[in-house]
Write a protein that binds this ligand. Structure first.
Ligand code: GTP
Length: 278
């Protein structure tokens, strides 16, 4: 993640320049942490432009939680789709939903005699939510670039995707809010913050603490242990023993077991887990 204030200002400005060319915004969030991966300024930046929220990495999130988030955003008047950008699963809804959302605008254009104009979309999201993966999947290998068009910010290209949709090839990068510890931790758990910047043992301990509260049964199943009436320390020790993460002197290898737990969570091996609910 690039945190330089100068860089942040520049991307925000280029995003604002592109905005007038855009009919619909695709705001990409991580389905496991829809609030932590959301930039709170985005609502101000895009104003009342039509928006579809794309909850990505839904292959890793909990299906019941997905339903709750769908309802939450719909109550705010924003439709959502849940997708897996790696496989493209769920992405077939994008054309229909987009057409519905910008029907009024297209009808107005038709009244002015403008027909068959492509719908132009831009992807926005914080780092690591899967913006590039999504763009690659939507454009496909053959993804034809439609070339620079008058009025388009220099360097930006439109990629033809399904239906009459065109996507700006460079996504808008927003920055997450890191001043709230819980939200920052959620981003760290999901891998959105570089691990080198973090104390891996501390992170694994906090993740385990959270998972024990959220989904004790999944932890018990994955590591073949009993969670009830045990402290997080004891549980971590049991997991390490079961996994043979023991150093020569018989001490627990905390670094190794920490990496195992974090990796298991990120790859979905513990289960489909959503870390926050509306
Ligand atoms: P920045 O370039 O940092 O802004 O990131 P980005 O938003 O473009 O994310 P990117 O497409 O690079 O994806 C980040 C990581 O998430 C990669 O390792 C992807 O393989 C992975 N990823 C993206 N989409 C999905 C998904 O739907 N499911 C899963 N399991 N992983 C995904």
């Amino acid at each position: 993640i690039n945190w330089y204030p100068g860089h942040m200002k520049k991307t925000k400005e280029s995003m604002k320049r592109s905005l007038p060319l855009i009919d619909i915004i695709y705001e990409v969030l991580d389905a496991r942490v829809p609030i932590s991966s959301k930039n709170p300024d985005v609502d101000n930046i895009i104003g009342n432009k039509p928006r579809l929220i794309i909850l990505n990495k839904a292959d890793l999130s909990n299906e019941i939680a997905n339903k709750e988030w769908e309802r939450f955003f719909l109550n705010k008047g924003i439709p959502t789709i849940f997708v897996n950008s790696l496989t493209g699963s769920g992405l077939n809804q994008i054309v229909n939903k987009s057409n519905t959302l910008i029907k009024d605008k297209m009808n107005k254009l038709k009244d002015k005699g403008i027909k068959n104009r492509p719908i132009r979309a831009m992807i926005l999201g914080v780092p690591n939510v899967g913006k590039s993966t999504l763009i690659n999947n939507l454009s496909g290998r053959k993804g034809a670039k439609t070339g620079n068009k008058p009025g388009v910010t220099k360097g930006n290209q439109w990629i033809k995707i399904k239906g009459n949709l065109e996507l700006l090839d460079t996504p808008g990068i927003l920055w997450p809010k890191l001043d709230n510890e819980e939200l920052a931790l959620n981003l760290a758990f999901t891998g959105a913050i570089k691990d080198e910047l973090l104390d891996i043992e501390d992170l694994a301990f906090k993740l385990l603490e959270k998972l024990i509260k959220l989904c004790p049964v999944l932890i018990e199943k994955r590591y073949n242990i009993i969670v009830r009436n045990h402290s997080t320390y004891e549980i971590m020790e049991s997991i390490a023993m079961n996994r043979g993460c023991i150093l020569k002197g018989g001490e627990i290898d905390y670094t190794r077991i920490s990496n195992t737990i974090i990796d298991d969570f990120r790859k979905g091996r513990i289960g489909k887990i959503t870390l926050e609910l509306p």
